[in-house]
Design a binder for this molecule. Sequence first.
Ligand SMILES: Nc1ncnc2c1ncn2[C@@H]1O[C@H](COP(=O)(O)OP(=O)(O)O)[C@@H](O)[C@H]1O
Ligand SMILES: [Mg+2]
Length: 222
Amino acid sequence: MIELQDLCKTFESQNGEHFTALHNITLHINAGEMVQFQGVSGSGKSTLLHILASLLKPTSGRVEIAGENIASYSDYYASLYRRDTVAYITQSFHLLGELTLRENLLPPLVIKELSFKEINAATRKALEIANIAHKADEKVANLSGGEKQRAVIARAIVNDADIILCDEPTANLDKANALKFLEIIKELKRKGKTIVIATHDPLFDDLDIIDKRFMLKEGHLE
Ligand SMILES: Nc1ncnc2c1ncn2[C@@H]1O[C@H](COP(=O)(O)OP(=O)(O)O)[C@@H](O)[C@H]1O
Ligand SMILES: [Mg+2]
């Protein structure tokens, strides 16, 4: 499903200095697997997820998703890939507080030109999976932190993406809300989604639903 081959990412700063954040990453993730990227802050986890989300291009190497090298996509194909294939869950919310939760889920569906009925079905399903359907018509500004995180999950999965990328998903959650997050992610795995989680939260340490763990150290895979 996800195949990385000799992936490198070098950033160039404005004064011309180079910094390599990812060195020759080669790995394989099967469809339906849940994998974790571990590593201290600065080890390259977010850079790797940005590349998998096609938000960032690698400097060299291949990023094959379902047999296609997304590293070679034009901006247009990259945007279609982001719309249809990946969901991206981060610790920052970027929700529109003055709109209701349901309204926050609409943009990707409207872009897809779905019918009213299809939009209703997709939003209902995403809100139910994220366990937040009871707040569908609440203004997002009125939701608690844990509820906002579930709103982010609902917005991320409303496109029914096959691949779900989570960047430090529990970083700003208390234990109770982190456990709720785990229940949602387990449900998504049961539905056959491929799930990639970047985190060093000890909560994930002895989770038996994680199929593989990768350790990043200064941009190298250990
Ligand atoms: N746009 C950028 N320009 C320069 N350096 C960057 C950029 N993005 C990330 N880095 C550097 O790459 C390294 C890895 O960062 P990141 O992937 O965010 O690590 P993590 O998510 O594991 O904390 C860090 O040293 C960071 O400073
Ligand atoms: Mg990070």
